[in-house]
Write a protein that binds this ligand. Structure first.
Ligand code: ADE
Length: 252
């Protein structure tokens, strides 16, 4: 029974998951600490990676090849790319893409050279969606009792599934955001969220034949306020919300 690999890019995303983990042992490799043990009654390898595509490729490869994980989950935050997706909402990717990949005229915008895909499906989206939806209906407010989530949403987050785009860029301008949104119109897609890891995780997973998932909580709107909102969210709610999201997903 192979472990589930779980990684995040920032301390604020992983802190609560690490607190909840029953650590058996840890191994430092490739300048990262791979924590091996159990989390919410599952065998896992949990690791804090770094933001961005290079770090993601390295971490995902090690989780698969060295730590023999059979499923890889990224758990973290993302910027909103869609007016219906608000700070505090949850987005589970059904497909991911690299918005900064552009080798035109050799191949199309967003296309991974040689491999050919522009949109990369992720795995178990519907199962995870059902589990998280059930939790939002029944367990969410109880879990967060006493925590003031009202600054993000009146009652509870909205759960979205769809396209999440990734790049080696922190999106913090409306113009940049709109350029990316316009690019995906040609593929008849409206991205829900932007981040810096998911599009690479899916490619690594495909190359090794290992399923992957990208689970996100929205920290900012990828606009001129993004830096402020991102930092406030990281210090406040990110860790707890990411842990709740990952817990519901892997419990199913
Ligand atoms: N992760 C969270 N917010 C982001 C943003 N605005 N751009 C890229 N990655 C993010």
């Amino acid at each position: 029974n192979s472990p589930i690999g779980i990684f995040s890019a920032c301390e604020g995303e992983i802190s609560v998951l690490r607190d909840h983990m029953r650590l058996q042992r840890s191994e430092i490799f490739g300048n990262r600490e791979f924590m091996i043990g159990s989390l919410y009654n599952r065998c896992v390898v949990l690791v804090l990676s770094h933001p961005g595509k290079t770090a993601t490729a390295l971490t995902a490869t090690l989780l698969i090849d060295r730590f023999k994980c059979g499923f890889i989950i990224f758990g973290g935050v993302a910027g909103s790319m869609h007016p219906n997706v608000k700070v505090g909402d949850i987005v589970i990717a059904s497909e991911v893409s690299q918005h900064d990949l552009d080798s035109r005229p050799l191949c199309d915008r967003f296309e991974v050279p040689d491999l050919g895909g522009k949109l990369w499906p992720t795995d178990r989206t519907d199962v995870f969606k059902a589990a998280v939806a059930k939790y939002l209906k029944h367990g969410f407010s109880a879990d967060f009792n006493g925590v003031d989530l009202a600054q993000f949403h009146a009652t509870q987050p909205t759960l979205h599934t769809g396209l999440i785009v990734c790049g080696d860029q922190f999106i913090s301008s409306t113009q940049h955001k709109n350029d990316i949104i316009d690019g995906y119109k040609e593929l008849s897609r409206a991205p829900l969220a932007c981040e810096m890891e998911g599009g690479v995780l899916a490619v690594v997973g495909r190359e090794f034949g290992i399923p992957v998932a990208d689970l996100r909580v929205i920290s900012d709107s990828a606009d001129e306020e993004a830096e402020f909102d991102f930092n406030a969210f990281m210090e406040g709610f990110a860790g707890r919300l990411v842990a709740a999201l990952v817990r519901e997903a892997i419990a199913c």
